[in-house]
Design a protein around this ligand. Structure first.
Ligand code: NAP
Ligand code: GCO
Length: 270
C-alpha cells in the first residue's frame, strides 16, 4: 500500500483552467482544490456566466478562485489576462486548455465561418493560451500544460467535422509542445474524455418529443463497456495526476478517460 502520496499533491500550485464555469473544467477545478491547489483561475465568455460560476464555486465551498471574462481566441486579451494573473495571483504552475465548443452540422451544409469558429476556439485558443504561459514556465524551468482532447481526436462521426479536425490537431499540438519544451521540464499532456454528461452533450441525451429515449443516448451506452455516460467528476483524478509531479516523466501523452469506448466494438443489439 503506497504510504506517501505527496507526489500527487498540488499543494501551493496555481492552476489556470480555461472555460471552467461549469462542466468538465469546473470539476477539474474542484479536484485540483481537493488535491491542495492554492488558487484556481478561470475564464469564460460573459459576465453573466462568470457570476453564475462564482456562485457555483461558493456553493462548492471553494473560495480560492478568481474568474475573468476572456475569450481564448483573443490573443491580446489572453496576454493581458496572463499579465493580470501574474500581478494579482502570481505564477501559473498549471494550464488546462479546457474551453471549447462544438457545432453539429453536416459538413456539406457547414459554412466556412462555422468551421473556423470551432477551430479557432478548440485549437487556436489552446495555442494562444499555451504560448502566453510558456515564457514564464521556461524561465522557471517547470510547468504543466493539459489539453482537453476528445474521442474525436481519434474517431470521426457524422456532423462534427470541424470539431474532429480541431481535436485531432489539439492532439498533435500536445505532442509538439512536449517535443519543443520538454527540455525546460515542461510536461504537456492531454486528457481525451469519452462521452460526459455536461451541457455540451445535453442535446444528445434529451428525451425525444414523444418521450422516447434519444437514439444517441442508447448508442453511446452501447459503445461504452460500463453501459453509461461518464460524469464530469470522473475526470478530476486523471487531471490531478497529469497536473502533479507524479506525471513528471509523462509527456506528449493523451490519457483517454472514456470508460473503454476506444477499446470496445460495442454491445450487440438485442
Ligand atoms: P461546456 O459544458 O460546453 O463548457 C464549455 C466551457 O467553455 C464554458 O465554460 C464556456 O464558457 C467556455 N468557453 C466556450 N468558448 C469559450 C471561449 N471562446 N473563450 C473562453 N471560454 C469559452 O463543455 P464541456 O462538456 O465541459 O467540455 C469542456 C471541454 O471538454 C471542451 O473542450 C470539450 O470539447 C471537451 N470534451 C467534452 C466532452 C463531453 O462529452 N462533454 C468529451 C470530450 C471532450 P461560458 O461559461 O461563457 O459559456
Ligand atoms: C458529439 C459529442 C462528442 C463529445 C466528446 C467525445 O457530438 O459526438 O459532443 O464530441 O463532446 O468530444 O469525446
Amino acid at each position: 500500500m503506497m504510504k506517501d502520496l505527496s507526489q500527487f499533491s498540488l499543494e501551493g500550485k496555481t492552476a489556470w483552467i480555461t472555460g471552467a464555469s461549469y462542466g468538465i473544467g469546473f470539476n477539474i477545478a474542484k479536484a485540483f482544490v481537493q488535491a491542495g491547489a492554492k488558487m484556481i483561475v478561470f475564464n469564460n465568455t460573459s459576465e453573466a456566466s462568470l457570476q453564475k460560476a462564482m456562485e457555483s464555486y461558493r456553493e462548492a465551498g471553494i473560495s480560492n478562485v478568481k474568474g475573468y471574462v476572456c475569450d481564448v481566441t483573443d490573443e491580446h486579451a489572453v496576454k493581458e489576462l496572463v499579465k493580470k494573473i501574474h500581478e494579482e495571483v502570481g505564477q501559473i504552475d498549471i494550464l488546462v486548455n479546457n474551453a471549447g465548443i462544438i457545432k453539429r452540422v453536416p459538413m456539406h451544409e457547414m459554412t466556412r465561418a462555422e468551421f473556423q469558429q470551432v477551430v479557432d476556439i478548440d485549437l487556436v485558443g489552446p495555442f494562444i493560451c499555451a504560448s502566453a504561459v510558456l515564457p514564464e514556465m521556461m524561465e522557471r524551468r517547470e510547468g504543466k500544460i493539459i489539453n482537453i482532447c476528445s474521442m474525436m481526436s481519434e474517431l470521426g462521426r457524422e456532423t462534427v467535422s470541424a470539431y474532429a479536425a480541431a481535436k485531432g490537431g489539439l492532439k498533435m499540438l500536445t505532442r509538439n509542445i512536449c517535443s519543443e519544451y520538454g527540455e525546460y521540464n515542461i510536461q504537456c499532456n492531454a486528457i481525451g474524455p469519452g462521452y460526459i454528461a455536461t451541457p455540451q452533450t445535453a442535446p444528445l441525451r434529451e428525451p425525444q418529443a414523444d418521450g422516447s429515449r434519444h437514439p444517441f443516448d442508447a448508442f453511446i451506452c452501447a459503445k461504452t463497456p460500463a453501459g453509461r455516460w461518464l460524469n464530469p467528476e470522473e475526470l478530476g483524478g486523471p487531471a490531478v495526476f497529469l497536473a502533479s509531479h507524479a506525471s513528471d516523466a509523462v509527456n506528449g501523452h493523451v490519457l483517454y478517460v472514456d470508460g473503454g469506448i476506444l477499446a470496445y466494438i460495442g454491445k450487440q443489439p438485442k
